[in-house]
Design a protein around this ligand. Structure first.
Ligand SMILES: [Zn+2]
Length: 237
């Protein structure tokens, strides 16, 4: 086979490997970002629960103060029962005490509900923290794996790029330029095989029988009349 054609085939193979590794090198950091995002989400869950617990604690303190005020009000009202001058006043104070009792019962109920809420939130916070820590440990492990993979890919990339450079130097500048132009224009594929099915491996257009003969002889560089890619003959697919 023509040495220039061989160099082009090699170059294509190297460029395909470079493109695959470049895609991988671009994809892997996104995996790390996704790990961080998931972790941040788990952290937000913990923070939101903590904020709820803080609010409940504050509410509870307020309600407890309210209860103290209500209790004092009741003591005062009960003392007034001894000072009233007639039945009407007595009934009025009794009614006031009854109202205070209801107010007190309501406050106590609210306090119990808040205590209940606090207990539930404490459990939820513990669960969320456990989950966060587990996720954090997992994320660290996964990130280490991804970073290792990324380092490997970048190392491979450097190697293949070096190989590609030295192979590219073997081609005349004009031919290399043409090859690179087709590579960019045709989705990273500039050299394709034609097999016994006699179609261009790039654009699937049928190759003329005369051209097949020339391809088999491989004495000159041939390009696909339809897509412009370099063609070479390959007996089996
Ligand atoms: Zn073609």
């Amino acid at each position: 086979m023509d040495s220039q054609l061989l160099a082009l085939i090699d170059l294509q193979s190297l460029d395909t490997r470079i493109a695959a590794r470049e895609a991988e090198a671009a994809r892997l950091p996104k995996q790390i970002d996704a790990l961080h995002a998931a972790l941040a989400e788990a952290k937000r869950t913990v923070d939101a629960l903590r904020a709820k617990a803080d609010a409940a604690k504050k509410d509870l303190r307020t309600k407890e103060k309210d209860l103290e005020v209500i209790t004092a009000k009741r003591t005062k009202a009960e003392a007034r029962l001894w000072e009233v001058k007639n039945n009407t006043e007595y009934s009025a104070v009794l009614a006031e005490i009854e109202a205070i009792k209801q107010e007190k019962a309501k406050a106590e109920e609210e306090i119990l509900a808040l205590m209940d809420l606090q207990e539930r939130l404490a459990v939820d916070i513990r669960d969320a923290e456990t989950q966060f820590k587990r996720r954090e440990a997992e994320a660290q492990q996964n990130e280490a794996v991804v970073r290792k993979k990324l380092a490997t890919v970048e190392e491979e990339l450097a190697g293949v790029r070096g190989e590609r450079e030295s192979r590219a130097r073997e081609l005349p500048k004009g031919l290399l330029g043409d090859y690179e132009k087709i590579l960019r224009a045709r989705g990273g594929v500039a050299v394709v095989a034609v097999t016994t099915s006699a179609i261009c491996g790039g654009c699937r257009v049928a190759i003329r029988p005369q051209a097949i003969q020339e391809l088999k002889a491989a004495s000159v560089l041939m390009v696909c009349e339809s897509c412009g890619r370099y063609l070479y003959w390959q007996d089996s697919a």
